[in-house]
Ligand binder design. Sequence first.
Ligand code: PMP
Length: 405
Amino acid sequence: MSGWAPLEAHLEGLRAQHRERRLRDWTPAPAPGHVEVEGRTLLDLASNDYLGLGRKEWTLDTAADLLRSNFPTQEADVVLAALTRFGAGASRLVTGNDPIYGVLERQLAGLKGREAALVLNSGYAANTGVIPALVGKGDAVFSDALNHASIIDGITLSRAERHVYRHRDLTHLDQLLQACSAPRKLIVTDALFSMDGTLAPLAELVALKRRYGAWLMIDEAHTGGVYGGGGAGLAHAQGVSGDVDVLMGTLGKAYGSVGAYIAGDTVLIRYLLNTARPFIFSTGLPPANVAVSLLNVLTAQGMDAARRELQANAANFRARLLAAGHGLAGSESQVVPLVVGEDGAALDLAASLQAEGFGAIAIRPPSVPAGTARIRFALSAAHTWSDLERCLGAVVDGRRAPLPA
Ligand code: PMP
């Protein structure tokens, strides 16, 4: 007897509901925006590599070319040296603070128009570290119903009261804030909701946080590099970047690397590096990855034309699906969910799209509410319109009736 019977029973339960997940290899293919899966080349419609930078191959020479035109020699040399170092060796507060972190942090602070920035190991580490550092027992957090799991886990860890407001419902949030007498209040929201493709009403959230003396934290995981001039993000695009108390973003999506950052006032950054436990108690990111993040942030700053094309392609893609009668969960961005309903039906649609060369995946509970399983199309600047047109053909051309929303 292995003693694992309860785990086997759990897995059996997941399998019966089409919810057991297994790993599959997705290998980058030579063509931009494509992957190889089980020996076949597919258009990659599932990754978060919104600018195609995850596939960029840096050499010391190509990196030096970019750096020499953007940095003084000394800083460029710091980045080039980091590109061939693969381990920080310790927490940044011990001996792990390679000078490359500071170069990236200054770049991000400048891009966001804020005093300072702090790089953390992942978006998950940032949200589960920063929220408990800012609020605790007796305080209150106000969280959009569709916020990412890492935010939800951060709130749980903080032990603050959790007030969940209906998705983007400012009246509901206002009522909850009004009824709350906690000394510290934190409003936290995704900028782009990763499973619905909707955007947070940032200006209105800034007004509410002012009215009630709350802090506002925004997670720009899916908007950093994608929205705003230079890819500075949604807060920047909506003109409120300076009014957000805690601007969080990730480096593993449009920036094609790994890690996350907080940008804000110097005092906030000094406080977080003394209090955010995932920052204090974890080995720093590999310097090589931090250097690649810097190179990709710099590259992304020059990609305004690609960003405009991505948004135009996404608008056309959504319009065509809506015209064909599909439900898109209110998406208004490059993340386009095609809502199918039952898990099995979403899996079948993903399998048939994959059979036709489209690497789309089904998203099921617990990532989305039961009965709203969906195909999550993540569009990228690496896709051409003709790539997307072929995909629309496979979904819309009459071989498939519109799916219930
Ligand atoms: N926040 C949001 C909104 C996300 O979608 C994700 C990743 N799916 C994260 C945070 C976590 O980021 P990371 O992958 O860097 O841990």
